[in-house]
Design a protein around this ligand. Structure first.
Ligand code: C5P
Length: 205
C-alpha cells in the first residue's frame, strides 16, 4: 500500500505521515528533506540556488547530510523551495522517491507532489492543509520553544512567500490530486488530526 501525504508547509503533514507510518507499520520518507539537502549543499558549495546548474550539481549530496539538524531550519526550507523549482532537480530526485514508494510492502511519503507525480497510483492520498494563520502560529510556537528570535509577522511573510513559490512554479506545483482526500487541520489538535487521517486511510485502503 502506498500512502501519499501532500500539503503546504506547517500543515501538519509530517506529523500525520509519521503517525500513518506507525499505524500501518510502513517505512516513511519525508521528501522535503531531500530538497532541503540539495538547498544546503548548494549553500555549502558557495553556489546559487536559483541557478539550475548549481542546484543540479548539488543533487549529488552525501547521504550524511540528511542527518544534519540544520536542514530543519527555516533558512534550509527557503533554499529548498528555491532549488525545487528547477525541473532537472526534480528529475534527479525522482528515482530515489519512486524506488522508496514502490518497495515491496508499501510506504508512506510526504511532500508536495507525491499523489500527483511520484506515486499517482497511491491507494491512499491525503492533502493536508490549514489556514495560513494557523500554520504560521504553529511554526511560531515551535520556534519560540526552540528559543529562536522571530516574530509571527516574519513567519507569516516567509510562509506566504514559500507557498506562492510552491504553488506558482511550472514544474510539479503544489496542487490537490483529483482523487485526494482533503484534510483541513485548522481547527484540529494534533491527536484529532492524526485520528482523522487514520480514519480516512482505513476507509479508502
Ligand atoms: O516539506 P518541507 O517544508 O520540508 O519542504 C521544503 C521545500 O521543498 C518546499 O517548500 C518545497 O518547495 C520543496 N518540496 C518539493 N517537493 C516535495 C517536497 C518538498 O518541491 N515533494
Amino acid at each position: 500500500m502506498i500512502v501519499a501525504v501532500d500539503g503546504p508547509t506547517a500543515s501538519g503533514k509530517g506529523t500525520i505521515a509519521k503517525a500513518l507510518a506507525a499505524h500501518f507499520a510502513l517505512p516513511h520518507l519525508d521528501t522535503g528533506l531531500l530538497y532541503r539537502a540539495v538547498g544546503r549543499q548548494v549553500a555549502l558549495a558557495g553556489g546559487d540556488p536559483d541557478c539550475e546548474a548549481d542546484a543540479l550539481a548539488a543533487c549529488a549530496f552525501p547521504d550524511a547530510l540528511l542527518r544534519d539538524p540544520e536542514l530543519r531550519s527555516e533558512a534550509s526550507g527557503g533554499l529548498a523551495s528555491r532549488v525545487s523549482v528547477h525541473p532537472t532537480v526534480r528529475a534527479a530526485l525522482f528515482e530515489r522517491q519512486r524506488a522508496f514508494a514502490t518497495q515491496p510492502g508499501g510506504a508512506v511519503l510526504d511532500g508536495r507532489d507525491i499523489g500527483t507525480v511520484i506515486a499517482p497510483e497511491a491507494e491512499v492520498k491525503l492533502f493536508v492543509t490549514a489556514s495560513t494563520r494557523a500554520r504560521a502560529e504553529r511554526r511560531f510556537a515551535e520556534m519560540r520553544a526552540a528559543a529562536r528570535d522571530v516574530t509571527l509577522e516574519d513567519i507569516l511573510a516567509q510562509l506566504e512567500a514559500r507557498d506562492a513559490r510552491d504553488r506558482d512554479r511550472s514544474a510539479a506545483p503544489l496542487e490537490v490530486a483529483d482523487d485526494a482526500n482533503v484534510l483541513d487541520t485548522t481547527a484540529l489538535g494534533r491527536e484529532e488530526a492524526i485520528a482523522a487521517a487514520i480514519a480516512v486511510a482505513e476507509e479508502v485502503r
